[in-house]
Design a protein around this ligand. Structure first.
Ligand SMILES: [Zn+2]
Length: 569
């Protein structure tokens, strides 16, 4: 069977469209790992999902409901400890030695391109080894399943070790397909692996293009909370994350009504303590840690002698690679490599930080852009820092005045999607369209190529409920060109009803909004009257109050009032 596939893979005749092979580099928890993978006695241990764990708990005890009932009476400490113990039974084989090695023979699926094409993986054993399945299938359908590949890897390893494996894989894919170059597309940790590849092999010229989706380029502060089993996990933020994962407001409301869910934060913190030891010696954990907490965690968890290999690789990552990300990428661009970053923003960090994030990755660490704290913004009249791009014709400040991309690793090739959450790239039309345009076409040379995909866009995450902008200015801006606000209902099933629209510090009257119903997926245009003051670069808040289902919601969004100049592009 593999011989046939290898044959079909190699005889592919070039079509008019770009047939440069695509290699998908998945994220930390997306690639399959275990013992004797693909053998008769296979033990799959990763990805570690709630479903795996729940299956274990139910198998252990048919009285799960009794436990949940106990939880409802406040005995969440027992429940949490028990969850941790169950996890430990599944995961102890994933524990590494202090030097980062493993005694259990942990491996990923094959790195042989003949077995890693999307076409092969999707059909082999019901697709169980296919990481990022929905996304990969979509890309494969638009290109060629035999020229779309997935880089399968062991998530215990740091990005430098994986960069060397990625390099071998790229060369094998080139041999198999007869192509001169490949296109790379990553999610999360995969972005850091790509960066490490460019860092380590600057003289290679095998990559034509790299699109990094929500990349963990400079890590995340969340690793500190995970390794320290930080008990301070705020429930509100977990609810936001759950809401995004469930993607359906109706399901979310149902979940909220489940009484035991209120204890989630408590058992998460108890359970985390049991699991934390599992990845103490994964070199990847330190690669994924932000520079801010790296020394602290090194001091706390790694012995300078026993863990020397982990420290050596990660010192290089934190003290040489990370500070140079901008120049590493600039050198790639100078060689003609097309680079792009798509980042989420506008969500508070799930694990308790107050950074602007995509839930897991601080936007500033994913992109290099200077960001205000979540919920705050720059002062009126803010001028971009311009450390990475100082072109006076470019505006790299977000309309909500909370992100300054002039300091970014790729100032002209980083696209931000407001309220796009870390795992949601493939379920939101906006981000999916943007990513596929970047990866599969040459239409978006930079953030100025297409007004429909500006540097600061808005995801159509249905949990946002509605999206709004003014009728003439670009999204996020307001000027005297405008005469109405345009509100879109993002829900694909239920209508919403607008109750009121207000704008802070402005004397604007919005017409007849009390009975404005917006059908699913539709927009309405609501005119307003009143004068705008003649100021520019002033941040204002616009708040829309609306009814969705049985609940009354408000959504406030930051806009830039630019009224002494014509609206900027
Ligand atoms: Zn620029």
């Amino acid at each position: 069977m593999s011989a046939v596939l290898a044959f079909s893979c190699c005889i592919f005749a070039g079509a008019a469209k770009d047939d440069t092979p695509v290699i998908i580099v998945p994220g930390f928890i997306e690639t399959v790992m275990g013992i004797d993978i693909d053998q008769k006695n296979e033990e799959q241990l990763w990805p570690f999902t709630a479903r795996t764990l729940l299956g274990k708990i139910i198998a252990d005890s048919p009285t799960l409901m009794v436990r949940l009932a106990g939880l409802a009476f406040g005995r969440f400490d027992k429940f949490g400890t028990r969850i941790g113990q169950d996890a430990e039974e599944i995961l102890y084989k994933l524990t590494c030695n202090p030097d980062g090695s493993s005694d259990y023979g942990i491996e990923s699926f094959s790195q042989d391109p003949e077995r890693c094409s999307a076409g092969y993986l999707a059909n082999y054993k019901n697709g169980k080894y296919l990481a990022m399945a929905d996304f990969v299938k979509d890309v494969a359908a638009k290109t060629d399943p035999n020229r779309t590949f997935v880089f399968c890897y062991n998530s215990q390893l740091d990005s430098l070790a994986l960069a060397s494996q990625l390099r071998s894989f790229i060369k094998a894919v080139k041999d198999c397909t007869g192509s001169e170059t490949v296109r790379l597309c990553s999610h999360s940790y995969g972005g850091q692996i790509i960066a490490a590849y460019f860092y380590r092999y600057p003289d290679d010229s095998d990559v034509a293009k790299a699109v990094m989706i929500y990349p963990a380029l400079a890590g995340t502060d969340a690793i500190k909370h995970i390794l320290e089993a930080d008990a301070d996990v705020p429930l509100d933020d977990i609810l936001v994350y759950a809401e995004n994962l469930l993607r359906s407001p109706a399901k979310f409301e149902k979940l909220l009504k489940e009484r035991h869910f209120r204890y989630l934060s408590d058992f998460a913190s108890f359970g985390l303590a049991e699991v934390a030891d599992m990845w103490r010696y994964w070199s990847s954990m330190y690669a994924l840690c932000s520079n801010e907490y790296y020394e602290l965690l090194k001091e706390e968890f790694l012995d300078p002698v026993e863990s020397a290999p982990i420290i050596e690789a990660n010192d290089l990552i934190h003290y040489d690679m990370t500070p140079k990300l901008g120049s590493i990428f600039a050198a790639c661009q100078a060689k003609g490599v097309d680079l792009a970053i798509v980042s989420g923003c506008g969500i508070k960090e799930c694990l308790g930080g107050d950074d602007n994030t995509d839930v897991l990755l601080p936007t500033k660490l994913a992109t290099g852009a200077f960001c205000s704290k979540f919920g705050e913004h720059f002062s009126d009249g803010y001028v971009a820092k311009g450390t990475a791009c100082s072109d006076p014709a470019h505006n790299h400040v977000s309309p909500a005045m909370d992100i300054d991309a002039s300091t970014a690793f790729l100032p002209d090739n980083t696209w931000f999607a407001q309220r796009a959450f870390h795992g949601g790239y493939s379920v939101q039309d906006y981000t999916m369209t943007l990513i596929e345009k970047l990866l599969l076409t040459d239409e978006l040379k930079d953030v100025y190529s297409d007004p429909a995909f500006p540097q600061f866009g808005y995801s159509d995450n249905v949990n946002m409920g509605i999206h709004f902008c003014f009728d003439e200015s670009p999204a996020g801006y307001l000027s005297s060109d405008d005469h109405a606000i345009v509100i879109k209902n993002l829900d694909k099933v239920a209508p919403v009803k607008v109750l009121s629209v207000t704008a802070s510090d402005l004397d604007l009257e919005f017409d007849a909004v009390k009975s404005t119903v917006i059908l699913p997926g539709k927009t309405v245009t609501i005119p307003y009257s009143g004068e705008l003051p003649a100021v520019k670069a002033k941040r204002i808040d616009v708040t829309v109050k609306y009814v969705a289902g049985a609940s009354v919601n408000t959504l406030t969004r930051g806009f830039t009032l630019n009224n002494s100049v014509k609206s900027a592009d």
